[in-house]
Write a new protein. Structure first.
Lengths: 385, 385
């Protein structure tokens, strides 16, 4: 059900001709109210696609009526013409829905540089078709229409006492902090103000999507949008809502990790006894982004030396010669020297756990990543062809 | 001739049994004087191998009598026993050469965590054998003995009016700033003080080895050592010496790039019209480290969008929507929008030129890197097995 699990939302997904395969490529999610509160977080990349530039303005007043999302073209680095396409998309949706264009969020994903007149015509046509097809059961269709190289749609729903949080996500590579190459829409029928949504969303994404770092590459189009209809009539405890939202985000983040392009291992890097959470995140991320480490995991090689070589490049507070490193529960390195033999570690399962004990404090963080495989190279060398 | 091209040096390379293949794996370079001036730069990784910890102390007085280098084991994260191995290596060499152990530099390369009793015995035995084999023609043998996954030895010689600079290098991956996974020894028979060598070496490496970023991974063992014998009796103009040294370093850096593990393209990323050199380096490096860009080049895909997505993550001063990007002389992106068609670019040659015009000032820098290939993944997943 994804974005239509919560009351007060309708959605649709249609084929607008943007994908050469003819598969669905345009989705619309509409908030029928009674409230129209919204919040969003965006890529921190300075190279931002036109839909990001538009949506950053549209979200400013905390009111979101609808979200239009397309796959099959990023509309990024397409100049003034591309921005006008995004603007016209919001205008067309606003006109058909009887709402202000300034309350319509637009998201795009696909190849950078794609955004010509054909693209514009198909996006506008698809927006009309999707709005005509809106339904309270449209969440699944919408989640299919936002897929690019995803092998499966990503959906998550959490229901509490009388209110629901549900969401959909797309993304299968270029997953890095400051958000992944991903588009996410999350809806709730709880009663919450835009300010509450903003706080809850920033907290939840910092703990979930921002700790997913598949390949260290940050997209130009990433966006997570949260909409609240208030249709349940229930104003939940704020902490309870935050937990439910984080649960949905974490579920979607793990689905993104599991579907990362070409990956053969889902790697959980847990950094413990750090001086600060920021240190733990920096250390975990340095390992997640180390190609030599990632290639070793692909080869089922528990190469702890590459973990230490990676974390030695950080500014985090710890003594490199006091660190312990474990792979799948076997401590291979204690106090910066060899401990158990490598052959005690079995890295054949897809799920891989790396534990790094910095012995520098009480903070910890977990980073999710993937291995570097032949298939990753293949998929990303053939992407635009 | 490499390290024995300059007068006053002897070298040797022998098989000490550290490599399972039986190939040469231990080299010694000795300065016969009359001067014994030396300088060195080391990895900036905080995770430093035992030979680095030793050599940082040994270089402090600016006197270097000899360098002992081994492949087949990094002696990194091998605890106090590993440091004693390095210390004993310097003691043994000092004893046999009749010099202070504190003036013997030690370098190791190979798998992290390798440094047990067998390793120690073979390094000490190899040191004896190499010293017994020292010769003024030993430069080639020495350059062979430091190879790991290198497909060929790297040597460079520049001769000026009466004086010479020559060097050898090893390295074929983990090439990143703060030095690559590389060991380099450079010798000269010019008359120079240790302070002059230090200044010249830091300047030359900053412009050459530090701008080679094959895979963004920084080693624990990198070291570049420069020795001056004064045997020519000529004290060259300092700037002339700096140019000759930079020429040798650049030649070796390009040989390292050309031999990077599994690479099919040597990529030159030239960043022009930057506000500062530091900005140009940061921008170039962000592209050099972007796996999506590197995989695209492997696929002969001039994906300029990935260049912009990479540089958007930097803090450098420029307007992302004003940037031009060219591949092999064809401008694909002007002012942040599409320009010439992609199919005008031929990426089949190994040499690939990416030009990024930031339009933000007068500074520039060039970063050397490689593409991300199936062979890179293969070689680095099978490294320790």
């Amino acid at each position: 059900m994804s974005v239509t699990a919560a009351q007060g939302f309708e959605a649709a997904g249609v084929a607008a001709g943007l994908k050469s395969t003819g598969k669905p490529d345009l989705a619309v999610v509409v908030n029928r109210g009674p409230h129209k509160a919204g919040a969003a977080v965006f890529t921190s990349n300075r190279a931002k696609a036109n839909p990001i530039l538009w949506s950053q303005q549209a979200i400013a007043d905390g009111i979101v009526e609808a979200v239009v999302l397309n796959s099959g073209g990023a509309n990024c680095f397409t100049g003034a013409f591309g921005f006008q396409t995004t603007h016209q998309t919001a205008e067309r949706a606003g006109e058909l829905l009887g709402v202000s264009p300034g309350d319509v969020i637009v998201c795009s994903t696909g190849l950078i540089g794609t955004g010509d007149e054909t693209f514009r015509a198909r996006v506008l046509g698809g927006t009309e078709a999707a709005i005509a097809a809106l339904s309270v059961d449209g969440g699944e269709d919408a989640s299919l229409a936002i897929m690019t190289t995803d092998s499966k749609p990503k959906r998550a729903v959490v229901t509490r006492d009388g209110w629901t949080v549900g969401g959909m996500a797309k993304g299968a590579g270029m997953l890095a902090p400051g958000l992944a190459t991903m588009l996410v829409v999350i809806t709730t029928d709880a009663v919450l103000t835009a300010a509450e949504l903003d706080t809850a969303l920033r907290t939840a994404t910092a703990l979930t999507f921002d700790r997913l770092d598949s390949d260290g590459c940050m997209s130009t189009n990433d966006q997570v949008t949260l909409l609240a209809s208030g249709a349940s009539g229930i104003h939940p405890d704020f902490d309870a809502f935050g937990l439910a939202l984080t649960e949905v985000c974490q579920d979607l983040a793990q689905q993104l990790q599991a579907d990362a392009e070409g990956a053969s291992h889902d790697i959980t890097i847990q950094v413990v006894h750090a001086a600060t959470v920021a240190d733990a995140v920096e250390v975990g991320r340095s390992v997640a982004r180390n190609n030599l480490f990632k290639a070793a995991i692909f080869g089922n090689d528990p190469n702890w030396g590459r973990v230490l070589a990676a974390i030695g490049t950080t500014q985090a507070e710890f003594d490199p010669y006091a660190v312990d490193v474990s792979f799948n529960g076997v401590r291979l390195c204690s106090d910066g020297a060899p401990d158990r033999p490598r052959d005690e570690v079995d890295l054949t399962p897809r799920a891989t756990a790396v534990l790094i004990d910095l012995k520098a404090g009480d903070a910890e963080a977990t980073i999710l990543t993937n291995d570097l495989t032949h298939d990753y190279v293949h998929e990303n060398s053939a992407y635009s062809s």
